[in-house]
Design a binder for this molecule. Structure first.
Ligand code: TXE
Length: 482
């Protein structure tokens, strides 16, 4: 059994109430360890440790802070194999993805913010003629809360923690109860890198208990959350009367818009990835594919053929393109969407069935699934499925596809495939999304603002946006005599 403990004040501790939750291996469906079922008392301990560490951490020089974060980044890379294996075991994602994307990105999150903090600056405003000078101080908030989901476990956990720490805050963090293992291993790395005790504290447990206790804590003044839209709404409701700063990165139902003049081969290859990478469990996946009529039939045929070549299997096999979905509950949820397709005239062009993987018969495997739909108004196009399921639909004009792309409650990202510059300019301006990719997908530059509009969230992460979120601006106005 591989058990997880809380990481508080630099030490690994069992939960105060000694209650535990089973942790499943999604590729086999077996319990392989236990994690703390923490409650308010554990969060209180974590808060206390963070509070005590704050005065010293917020006064370290930027150089010192930066060096420690760079060391954490390096140690993540030094332990890449162990972390990648742990991520795949916990989440079910292909090992190639853990090794090449998730863990290297976790290292980059630390190295990026280690450097960004040394370049972060604030403004000065001279009140000309009034003999006064204003400058803005950007001070760390204090103790902040970071709550992350299961789809990109260490990747998203560190995406929040790294800027929070870089800005001089102390953190109480909670990884998803479904995928706690790499966050657990990060504690050891932080100790080895010399991160002072209490600066980062990790409490494990369920959302409505441990997560809620973090949001509810009166002295944890900011919450950075990534997860489902419903959960985001609950967090906002609880945090608003306490006037907490909130950054909410929520779901998506992203359009992938394909015009006939696109670079076809590149579009096809990328669309396979943007549809099914990580079993479709990425908030940025292009789950609604709209194809211009002249190439619709050709695309349908080629896309089905390309997807039929994808290999679903044990995520530890290096040639598996798709591994297991994260949990039994999630598999059931995704299946129920597929089963509902026929209710509104959807036609399954490929997939739709669970997959039996040899020696892993109880794992949560599902075929990549393509459903042709008749209307953008159907449930499959309006609700986030968050699994290996995409819909496809033809369109006639720019105006029509724009209307369909925007006619959804979400607004995280959009992808556009065209060689026409004028069309690119017209459409990128009008697409309701926080991020628009043109002729590419998830090409990330960590300096750019990341987040969504409408039900996809509030606020932006990434670059200086994240450092602004994790600091409070203070205006200092000095009057002087001439
Ligand atoms: O996420 P939750 P779930 C979407 C996706 C998925 C749906 C539900 O559509 O099917 O959300 O997934 C913690 N107070 N995304 O239920 O519950 C929880 O413990 C404080 C999109 O697994 O939102 C975990 O650490 N915290 C998404 C984190 O919130 C709470 C990624 C996310 O879990 C809490 C994941 C509460 N009341 C799911 N309730 C994306 N944007 O990438 C739960 N949590």
């Amino acid at each position: 059994m591989k058990n997880v403990l809380n990481y508080i004040n630099g030490e690994y501790l069992p939960p105060v109430a000694d209650r535990w939750i089973d942790n499943y291996n999604p590729s086999s469906g077996e319990v392989y360890g236990q994690i703390p079922d923490s409650d308010k008392e554990d969060v209180a301990l974590a808060y206390q440790a963070a509070k005590e560490a704050f005065s010293s951490w917020s006064n370290t020089t930027l150089e010192e802070r930066s060096q420690i974060l760079l060391k954490i980044s390096q140690l993540i890379l030094d332990n890449l194999d162990e972390l990648a294996k742990a991520e795949t075991l916990d989440n079910g994602k292909p090992i190639s993805l853990s090794k090449n994307v998730d863990i290297p990105r976790a290292a980059s999150n630390f190295s990026f913010f280690a450097k960004a903090i040394t370049q972060f600056a604030s403004e000065a405003h001279e009140s000309v003629g009034l003999q006064a000078m204003n400058y803005t101080m950007r001070q760390p908030i204090g103790v902040v809360g970071c709550i992350s989901p299961w789809n990109l476990p260490l990747y998203l956990f560190t995406w929040k923690i790294a800027p929070a720490l870089a800005a001089g805050n102390c953190v109480v963090a909670k990884p998803s109860e479904v995928t706690p293992m790499t966050a657990y291993l990060l504690g050891k790395i932080c100790n080895e890198a010399g991160l002072p005790k209490g600066v980062l504290n990790i409490v494990n447990g369920l959302g409505h208990t441990t997560g809620q206790a973090i949001v509810d804590h009166p002295n944890i003044k900011a919450i950075s959350f990534t997860g489902g839209t419903k959960t985001g709404a609950q967090i906002a409701k609880l945090a608003a009367p306490m006037f907490k700063k909130l950054s909410l990165e929520l779901g998506g139902k992203n359009p992938n818009i394909i015009f006939s003049d696109c670079n076809y081969e590149e579009m096809l290859q990328t669309t396979v990835r943007s549809s099914f990478a990580n079993q479709g469990q990425i908030c940025l996946c292009g789950s609604r594919i709209f194809v211009e009529k002249p190439i619709y039939e050709k695309f349908k045929k080629d896309f089905v053929e390309a997807v039929s070549m994808l290999k679903i299997g044990n995520p530890f096999n290096t040639d598996s393109d798709l591994g297991a979905l994260v949990s039994k509950e999630h598999l059931e949820k995704v299946k129920s969407y597929i089963e509902s397709a026929k209710d509104f005239g959807g036609e399954i062009l490929f997939g739709g069935k669970t997959v039996n993987v040899a020696n892993h018969e109880n794992g949560y495997y599902l075929q990549p699934t393509i459903i042709e739909v008749k209307s953008n108004q159907c449930k499959l196009n309006q609700e986030e499925i968050f699994g290996p399921v995409v819909t496809i639909m033809p369109f006639d004009s720019e105006e029509e596809v724009l209307e369909m792309a925007n006619d959804v409650s979400y607004g995280l990202s959009a992808t556009l495939w065209t060689q026409n510059l004028d069309r690119t300019m017209r459409m990128t301006k009008r697409l309701q999304a926080g991020i628009v990719w043109v002729n590419t997908w998830v090409l990330r530059d960590l300096r750019t603002p990341f987040g969504g509009v409408k039900s996809s969230g509030v606020g932006r992460e990434g670059g200086f946006e994240a450092l602004r979120f994790f600091t409070e601006p203070k205006n200092i106005c000095i009057k002087y005599q001439e």
